[in-house]
Design a protein around this ligand. Structure first.
Ligand SMILES: *[C@@H]1O[C@H](CO)[C@@H](O)[C@H](O)[C@H]1NC(C)=O
Ligand SMILES: *[C@@H]1O[C@H](CO)[C@@H](O)[C@H](O)[C@H]1NC(C)=O
Length: 436
């Protein structure tokens, strides 16, 4: 009995053991599989998120900004786009808006006196010019309505509070950082920002053509990031002064500091004796396409090194090779416009290498303050490669003069394009309703 009892017992014990160990190993395998699956899921999610993030952001630097408003409706809450597009601003809002002071440091409350205008950088004089169409003809409801046709959003400031109405979507981070800039203005100049109703567009090219408003009273007042001599659009500081996180560009104060410091590392004489450009040539800009042909090859040497910035690849690579502060290694740098003005202007000038500027047709608010042959070397758009070659040869033969131009350009940007001046400029650009 005992034996019989034992045996099954033993057997059952054994079976149980076997089953248990089997179960245990199954369980471990199961757990392992589970962990593995979980890891795969997390990795997939991360890759998906990353790709999605990159995709969403790459679009902002490569194409979505090229067509004029209106074509990109502000997404409605129930569409997929809304969910995707609205999440990012929420993240950004948390990162940037609520931690404003952490990122930007304490905001100084120095008040500017009106006679300080005389001491301001020369580009301030253009405020008068740019707002002159509305000096004698006051802004009417009709002209604001007309501006709304081209606007992506409307900003109303009443009693120091800012209200916003969106009409069309802006590629990131344009609208968000423009608003952020305005909020800083309200914080820095309490009680000094007048009550206004402003129409903003966030696309690249000016859209209020002067020719369309001849003899028609006041033209539509529309703010954007650049101007053109044949357009009434009012140039306002662009979002990049507050940063461009999607392509790893810090707020201007930090970025200019790091480029400026790095320009002191390699002496001008020790830099490569040619001209450098790196950027995105696929923005519907003829001058950039032409520039590709000036690259040094076996058969031709125009004294230029031209590189294509692949934002997609560099984004996935953590932007390690696109640090602006590592781009002060050539004796000359080249500036060419993109689809309209290019955000790159100030970063290129922050190195002390003389900048060869392919004569631009669009202007940023401050670029009209720089004087050709003093702050930069102008080059012809229609004979781009020979012009570059000529400038490079001239500079290498006249190093003292070339260095002086490089320094003057850098000093202008370093001293006259400080955030204090940028904000003060923005304040002056917001018209007092009486004079507007
Ligand atoms: C900055 O602007 C002022 C006023 O226009 C000018 O006198 C000065 O030369 C500028 N500084 C540089 C470094 O260009
Ligand atoms: C220019 O030439 C360099 C060196 O040959 C090359 O690495 C680079 O990709 C070229 N740039 C373009 C835009 O083709």
């Amino acid at each position: 009995m005992a034996g019989r009892k034992l045996r099954p017992n033993y057997r059952s014990q054994g079976t149980l053991d076997v089953i248990a160990s089997l179960l245990r190993s199954r369980f471990t395998t199961f757990i392992n599989c589970g962990i593995l699956l979980l890891l795969i899921a997390i990795a997939t999610a991360l890759i998906y998120y990353e790709a999605n993030y990159v995709a969403l952001n790459i679009k902002t630097v490569a194409g979505d900004n090229l067509r004029p408003t209106p074509w990109h409706k502000f997404p409605l809450p129930d569409s997929d786009n809304w969910n995707r597009a609205s999440r990012l601003p929420t993240i950004l809002k948390c990162n940037y808006l609520s931690c404003l002071s952490d990122i930007l440091g304490p905001i100084s409350h120095t008040q500017f006196h009106s006679n300080l205008m005389d001491l301001c950088p020369s580009f301030f004089q253009w405020i008068y010019e740019d707002l002159s169409p509305w000096r004698h003809n006051k802004i009417t409801r009709e002209s604001l309505k007309a501006a709304q046709q081209h606007a992506a959003f409307r900003v109303v400031i009443v009693g120091g509070r800012l209200y916003i109405e969106f009409y069309y979507a802006c590629v990131l981070p344009r609208a968000l950082f423009t608003l952020w800039g305005l909020l800083q203005l309200l914080e820095k100049y309490p009680g000094m920002v007048p009550d206004v109703d402003l129409m903003f567009d966030c696309m690249d090219r000016p859209s209020v053509k002067k020719a369309d408003y001849e003899h028609k009273g006041s033209p539509p007042p529309l703010f954007r990031y650049c101007g053109h001599k044949e357009a009434y659009d009012i140039p306002f500081p662009d979002w990049s002064f507050w940063g461009w996180p999607q392509i790893d560009i810090s707020p201007w104060t930090e970025e200019v500091q790091s480029i400026y410091s790095s320009s002191k590392v390699l002496k001008w004489e020790d830099r490569k004796p040619n001209a450098y450009w790196k950027g995105n040539p696929d923005v519907g800009s003829k001058v950039r396409e032409d520039l590709l042909r000036c690259n040094k090859t076996k058969d031709s040497d125009w004294g230029a090194e031209i590189y294509r910035q692949n934002w997609w690849a560099e984004g996935l690579d953590g932007f390690r090779n696109s640090k602006l502060s590592q781009q002060c290694k050539h004796r000359y740098k080249i500036y060419t416009e993109g689809h309209a003005w290019s955000v790159s202007f100030k970063y290129i000038f922050a190195c002390d290498s003389p900048v060869l500027v392919a004569i631009p047709t669009y202007h940023e608010f401050f670029t009209r303050g720089l004087i050709p042959t003093v702050h930069y070397w102008p080059i012809r758009r229609d004979r781009l490669c020979p012009s570059i070659k000529f400038a490079v040869n001239w500079g290498n033969e006249h190093p003292t003069e070339a260095k002086a131009i490089g320094n003057a350009g850098q000093e202008f940007i370093w001293r006259n394009l400080t955030m204090d001046y940028v904000l003060f400029f923005a304040l002056r650009m917001i018209p007092k309703s009486k004079s507007f």
